[in-house]
Ligand binder design. Structure first.
Ligand code: GAP
Length: 517
């Protein structure tokens, strides 16, 4: 675990050192849980967004995109339930004066029991080798059974308090924390306050006070911009059910416990798609979107074992089924995307609060109804983090040296091709520029002439550039260059005229999209 934490620290410094992610307002020592993306970060982020957008809008004839404003009419948030119910249950430790999310403390405790079980299984696996039968071991080993029993009992209590009638049972939550003997990681004590609810929306004012300013909110999710535009899009696009509306944009939450770098931020970006369907078909569509979205993630080639679904114990106020896609980060399996069956809650609420009829006339059955919705909602920043975590490697080389390399999926890499003149003379820089001038219309290229070639390769490895090309004396004679592959470090001689054909297919988002079909 400590080793994994070290790796995570290294990834965070790597992000800063190589122009991926900087603390916001860095010269003023940063702003809590707010980050800026640097010259390489913004390219990677744009590529992630493009991969998502094209997989939704290009690959589905019945999904269209919008870009709604961040500011919305304040009644939106009353109708959606966010003013009354978008809260986190918080608890303070009186000795350390630190504040925690009570639900996270309990979930961490559940994870501890799971970890203990997993460790027993791994130990036994090593001991018994091929003869190991996990199911039998789980059913008979005393330590596994004891921890499973503790896990099940806590899980049951947790579900009860989270789904209590009239909202979360705050007293019940505190009692669980006391009964489980959960201590503050800083002070090590159990000196806890009561659990209180805290609304996560940022407020601001629109208009001057003299004019009678009104309170408005920074949107905590992009989804509501889609719901309030349902009628506009359905009518102007003459959309027939089932159809989807996709959107990428900023969202804001006043997270109290903002931890783990860009995993939990106060200003972040979401890629959301609301899929409008006929009531009664929601469980089929929920299953279909679970599968489609998991395929999108696994298509990046990080290994199926690094993903899992996690069904929600507590359903959001709008959902009748919900699951997360979790990714194996250095700090455990963590949510990257949520898939929710939101019923007709949002559209019905907006109809009620706006007084507008928000319905769909079904030409097949000649009836009108409020559509149901399946939502897929993924955080761009969490996706970015999962990609960085999986791609980062400190690789031991056969000659005893170490290189730091980002094995980014080529289609997402910020720079696709670096071109180096071997020396700064004999027309080599000019030839290198000529290659770039030709290829820059097709993918992102970079010119580098400083330092030895080996050092330049290493620099490109640190930003995950999949290909490097070196122009040397031979190039000037026969128009061939050395093409070096980031992952294998293999070098081969290729004709300049073949470069585009070799590289473009591997680095284009289209290559990723084709694998989805
Ligand atoms: N419209 C539904 C919705 O917003 P959510 O589970 O609260 O659902 C969806 O958020 C996704 O947005 C999460 O899976 C996560 O990737 C991202 N996200 C949520 N809060 C975040 C935060 N504070 N920082 C970074 N990403 C966040």
């Amino acid at each position: 675990m400590a080793q994994q934490e070290d790796v995570f620290k290294k990834i965070v410094s790597h992000c800063k050192e190589y122009g991926f992610v900087f603390p916001s307002s860095d010269i003023y020592d940063g702003l809590g849980a707010v980050y800026d993306y640097g010259q390489n970060g913004v390219e990677l982020k744009n590529n992630i967004k493009q991969y998502w957008w094209q997989s939704m809008v290009l690959l589905h004839e019945n999904i269209v995109g919008i870009d709604a404003a961040i500011f919305m009419h304040p009644t939106t948030w009353k109708a959606s339930g966010h003013v009354d119910a978008f809260n986190d249950p918080l608890i303070d430790n009186r000795d350390s004066k630190k504040r925690y999310r009570a639900d996270v403390l309990i979930e961490d405790q559940l994870a501890k029991y799971e970890d203990k079980i997993q460790k027993e299984i791994e130990k036994a696996q090593k001991r018994f080798g091929d003869a190991f039968d996990e199911a039998q071991f789980r059913a008979t080993n005393a330590r596994v059974l004891e921890n499973q029993e503790k896990f099940d009992a806590l899980h049951k209590r947790y579900q009860e308090v989270m789904n209590a009638e009239g909202g979360i049972d705050l007293e019940g939550m505190k009692q669980i924390i006391l009964d489980e003997g959960i201590v503050c990681p800083i002070s090590g004590t159990r000196n806890w306050t009561d659990v209180r609810q805290f609304n996560l929306m940022f407020k601001t004012e629109m208009g001057s006070t003299a004019d009678g300013a009104s309170t408005i909110y920074l949107r905590p999710e992009t989804a509501q911009g889609i719901f309030v535009n349902y009628l506009n899009v359905q009518k102007t696009g003459r959309m027939k059910l089932p159809f989807g509306i996709a959107q990428i944009g900023k969202a804001f939450r006043n997270e109290i416990v903002a931890r783990q770098f860009i995993f939990r931020m106060r200003e972040f970006e979401q890629m959301e798609m609301q899929f409008f369907i006929k009531p009664g078909t929601e469980l089929d569509w929920f299953a279909k979107w679970k599968e489609t979205r998991m395929k999108w993630h696994q298509n990046l080639g990080f290994g199926a074992e690094n993903y899992r679904f996690h069904d929600h114990d507590k359903l959001a106020h709008y959902a009748n089924a919900a699951t997360d896609i979790e990714f194996h980060m250095p700090f455990g399996f963590k949510e990257v995307e949520g898939i929710h069956s939101r019923t007709n809650f949002d559209l019905s609420q907006h109809a009620k609060y706006s007084g507008k009829k928000i319905e769909y006339f079904d030409p097949e059955t000649n009836e009108s109804y409020t559509p149901y919705v399946i939502e897929t909602s993924i955080g761009v920043d969490r996706m970015f983090l999962s990609i960085m975590c999986h791609s980062y490697e400190e690789q031991q080389l056969p000659d005893g040296q170490t290189r730091t390399v980002l094995h980014l999926p080529a289609a997402l890499a910020p720079v696709k091709l670096a071109v180096f003149p071997l020396t700064k003379k004999d027309g080599m820089p000019e030839k290198a520029q000529e290659i770039i001038n030709d290829l820059r219309f097709h993918f992102n290229c970079k010119y580098e002439e400083k330092d030895q070639i080996g050092k330049r390769y290493r620099r490109m490895d640190t930003i995950g550039c999949p290909y490097c090309v070196t122009v040397d004396q031979q190039t000037l004679e026969d128009n061939t260059v050395t093409l070096r592959d980031r992952d294998t470090m293999e070098q081969r001689r290729v004709a300049i005229g073949d470069l585009r054909g070799i590289i473009e297919d591997k680095v284009s988002i289209t290559s990723l999209l084709k694998k989805l079909l």
